[in-house]
Design a protein around this ligand. Sequence first.
Ligand code: NI
Length: 170
Amino acid sequence: MALLNILRYPDPRLHKVAAPIAQVDDRIRTLAADMLETMYDSEGVGLAATQVDVHERLIVMDVSEERDQPMVLINPELVSVSDEKVVGDEGCLSVPTVYDKVERHARVTVKALDRAGKPFQFEAEGLASVCVQHEMDHLRGKVFVEYLSLLKRERIKVKMIKRTRDEQKP
Ligand code: NI
């Protein structure tokens, strides 16, 4: 197991589109385990492979209170989405300290492969629904701040660049 480096917005690699995973093998299982460890270490509820600079369709999540229900979604796809929308505050491990409102489908049905390569399908609502939509956006190269106004996005860019620079000071 290993902690992975999380790309920080506005790193251009966050905008790469992830490719489907052709084979669920030990390489993918190790990546999923490392991503879960990284997500728990950073106290996040979800992490997409894109964020650790691996451009393949894999996301991990845990939206449970107890942080004991890890989910691994390989090649996730939306089967259906509710017409009803919800607006909630979102954050992202690639955009630390920034939270803002984003509109999402209230409920989604998702299909994916599990760590054994077996297909499964589930319905999500609440935090799970928001999280899966947020993480699937990452796989197509979209960061949640892109839903915000240009002005807000520019401010966030400046803030993140400054934060990264400050962290790199000796
Ligand atoms: Ni994110």
